[in-house]
Design a binder for this molecule. Structure first.
Ligand code: 9MR
Length: 328
């Protein structure tokens, strides 16, 4: 059977986000279909930093070893984020914020430990994840990073990461990146960093779509035109296509309707046709999951509502969407 990684070997790496359980349950698909891997949660600050100065990389190492044994690229997700960070990173034991000096020291120490531990085994890092505010008119998201350090926390993080490992690719990663307002802000952020000489080598486009995005292709294309001009690599980092239009409030479906299946397939077909045009700029395309039996979208935005957003079905068989992506 055609595999995704073979079909795209002259275009870009094809990745999947896996978690520790998926490494067992989806082992075959991972090894045969994909040429890159991301840990869904196992490399986040909270997952590896157990106490101040104390790290446990056991689970992440197992996953990185698997990727390497199977000749896959490894994306490191993620060094700096406002979510899934242990409190001791930014709070004193009494709950008050640490000082700017302390948070900068903690940030550099985390980047140091993380980057040195995975040196030579991780090809690209999401150095900073989701720093931009979604609301129109606001630029950076208010978080403990901006409240304590200020807007320069990104520059500090990228500079520190490059000092640790000059060979690894350093990415800024964000979602809703095709929304006109947000894409303008992402461009502004990256251009500002490049102008200041900050070592950023790529932009991560999360790409959490849904079937209504079929009507949004003009914006999607415009965003790619905008980002392609930045002169840095683009990675699609968290691709999935929810079967549910945001207006669709049904919770009782036990399988996707034929209309959903067709719309998901059509979206993937059109999206990959566009990505192929950006071959050379787009270097890697990663799905946020492997097969429909496990997806974070089963609990978002509606807890416990089953979704079917990937290319393989709940039995790990290729779906219609797979063929539209793999045969072109
Ligand atoms: O898929 C991840 C889920 O298992 C976690 O509970 C969640 C915690 O915030 O993070 C999910 O992954 C996110 C990724 O790290 C960053 N972009 C959005 C992803 C989906 O929420």
């Amino acid at each position: 059977m055609t595999t995704l990684k073979d079909a795209y070997k002259d275009y870009f790496y094809i990745g999947a986000a896996a978690n520790a359980r998926g490494l067992e349950t989806h082992r075959d698909l991972l090894a045969t279909q994909f040429s890159s891997m991301t840990c869904e949660n196992e490399m986040k600050h909270m997952s590896v930093a157990k106490a101040p100065g104390q790290y446990d990389f056991t689970v992440a190492d197992k996953m990185v070893d698997f990727a390497k044994e199977n000749g896959m690229q490894m994306r490191g997700h993620c060094m700096v984020w406002h979510a899934q960070a242990a409190r001791f990173l930014y709070q004193n034991p009494d709950g008050s914020y640490v000082s700017r000096e302390t948070l900068i020291a903690n940030l550099k120490a985390h980047i140091h430990t993380y980057a040195q531990h995975f040196k030579g085994r991780v090809n690209a890092y999401d150095v900073v994840n989701e720093a931009i505010d979604d609301k129109n008119g606001l630029f950076l998201r208010r978080s403990f990073w901006t409240e304590i350090i200020g807007d320069d926390f990104l520059d500090i993080a990228f500079t520190a990461a490059a000092l640790e490992d000059p060979d690894v690719k350093l990415f800024y990663n964000d979602y809703n990146e095709w929304y006109p307002d947000k894409s303008e802000k992402i461009e502004k952020l990256v251009r500002g960093m490049l102008e200041r000489g900050i070592p950023i080598s790529g932009l991560g486009l999360q790409s959490h779509y849904n079937v209504s995005c079929l009507n949004d292709f003009d914006n999607i294309r415009r965003a790619y035109e905008r980002y392609a001009k930045l002169g840095i690599d683009l990675h699609v980092t968290e691709l999935d296509v929810s079967c549910f239009d945001p207006e669709d409030k049904r919770t009782e479906l036990t399988e996707p309707t034929s209309e959903m299946t067709e719309k998901v397939a059509l979206f993937y077909e059109k999206f990959f046709a566009m990505l192929r045009e950006y071959k050379g700029v787009v270097k890697s395309v990663t799905f946020w999951g492997i097969a429909d039996d496990y997806t974070w979208l089963d609990n978002f935005p509606v807890r416990g509502r089953k979704n079917w957003p990937l290319l393989f079905d709940i039995n790990h068989q290729p779906k219609e969407a797979f063929w539209r992506v793999a045969q072109f």
